[in-house]
Design a protein around this ligand. Sequence first.
Ligand code: 5GP
Length: 152
Amino acid sequence: MPSIFSKIVSGDIPALKIYEDQASLAFLDISPVSRGHTLVISKDEHADLYAMPPETLAAVTRTVQRVARGLRAALQPDGINIIQNNGAAAGQTVFHYHVHIIPRWEGDNAVRLWQPRDADQAELRALAEQIGVAITDLQSVNAQGAPRSASA
Ligand code: 5GP
């Protein structure tokens, strides 16, 4: 079944579109956390970042920059958050790749992403090692020609 965003792409449900090209579409979020809160999606349906073909990811990212510049020119926010959720635990509710562009104004308290905490330096070193090894392992699997879906 097509995602709600695929239905926006096909025109089956309406959206306030602000930009589109061959690979991407930008429209206003239906429940904005700030004025101008915009979503940029891939026109093709991919569940999340992990599933995105690199060329499509690049195209969507170019659109994110284009739209962010447009929002800055139109609304003069003090800042902009770019947020991209992957997985329900991270707050993803629509499983079709999308990027939130959230204009921010001083003191608006629209988004609070994390609370910094003190970290154990040895734990940080071990984490850096563990993640670096995982990335290297994935690269070598890719280099051996495994199917993209299994290795991306
Ligand atoms: P997520 O939590 O998956 O990162 O974000 C999904 C976003 O899609 C939410 O901010 C939600 O308001 C928005 N959204 C969900 N359904 C629709 C819709 O039908 N139209 C529009 N314009 N936005 C939607």
